[in-house]
Design a protein around this ligand. Structure first.
Ligand SMILES: [Zn+2]
Length: 105
């Protein structure tokens, strides 16, 4: 049976996602927790810099280049099927709101 991707909404702790997030780029990826760059989902199940185990994956510019970006994410999910695919704009927006709340608290 073929499986397709559907977007879902679920509650997450934004810090938990940030601290276990691999952000996929064109050639290399970076760690959401410590911003280490040059990571590769084929090699790195944990961040080599801060040691964070990756559980979530996303890609920048998904909305601008959906086919190309989705292919990259799908390759990562085929290699790491236990990772959860997070929408980058959702993540950025929610993290920004939290930073603003914390700033004014
Ligand atoms: Zn890291």
């Amino acid at each position: 049976m073929a499986h397709e991707y559907l977007r879902i909404f679920k509650e997450f702790s934004i810090e938990e996602v940030r601290d276990h997030l691999l952000i996929l780029g064109d050639l290399s990826s970076d760690c959401g927790k410590c911003r280490a760059i040059g990571l590769d989902f084929n090699k790195h199940e944990n961040c080599p810099e801060c040691g964070a185990p990756f559980r979530y994956v996303t890609s920048r510019r998904l909305e601008l280049h959906p086919e190309e970006r989705f292919r990259i994410v799908r390759r990562a999910l085929e290699k790491r099927p236990h990772w959860t695919f997070i929408d980058y704009l959702d993540f950025q927006k929610t993290l920004g709101q939290k930073k603003a709340r914390d700033f004014f608290a």
